[in-house]
Design a protein around this ligand. Structure first.
Ligand code: ZN
Ligand code: ZN
Length: 138
């Protein structure tokens, strides 16, 4: 199937991708950049990530929403995409997940490879959190 890349408008052939191979590659490089930055700057806020890596806010936010980043900036909020409830991780709250399952009207995406598999490595780590006790004076 012929498609136009949403990024550069180049025509390419792929059944599902919205980005051409060039842009996919570029995006992966940006992803690695963001990932590496957060890994080495565990206290970074999303704004600092954007400024220091030069990666657009929207793209950083997309990486986070896609669940690809295992470690996210300290001030990132996850919200349910349906009701907007604050979440500690993920994209849809348990309540909405249950509702979707009960309705079973096909609203849920049948093929979401990443959403279900978040057992061991899927936890979001807030590395910036330090215990206050260790700083207390005698
Ligand atoms: Zn492109
Ligand atoms: Zn919800």
């Amino acid at each position: 199937m012929l498609r136009n890349c949403v990024e550069c408008n180049q025509v390419f052939v792929h059944p599902v991708n919205k980005l051409c191979p060039d842009c996919t590659k570029k995006r992966n490089e940006l992803f690695e950049k963001v990932k590496e930055y957060i890994r080495t700057h565990p206290n970074a806020r999303i704004h600092e990530v954007v400024v220091d890596t030069g990666v657009e806010f929207d793209l950083v936010r997309e990486f986070i929403d896609e669940g690809r980043l295992k470690i996210v900036p300290v001030d990132v909020e996850f919200r349910c995409q349906i009701c907007g409830t604050r979440l500690s991780a993920g994209r849809i709250c348990n309540q909405c997940k249950t509702d979707l399952t009960l309705k079973g009207d096909g609203a849920a995406n049948p093929e979401s490879p990443n959403s279900a598999k978040v057992n061991n490595a899927g936890k979001v780590h807030f590395l910036g959190r330090r215990s206050r006790e260790s700083r207390q004076r005698d």
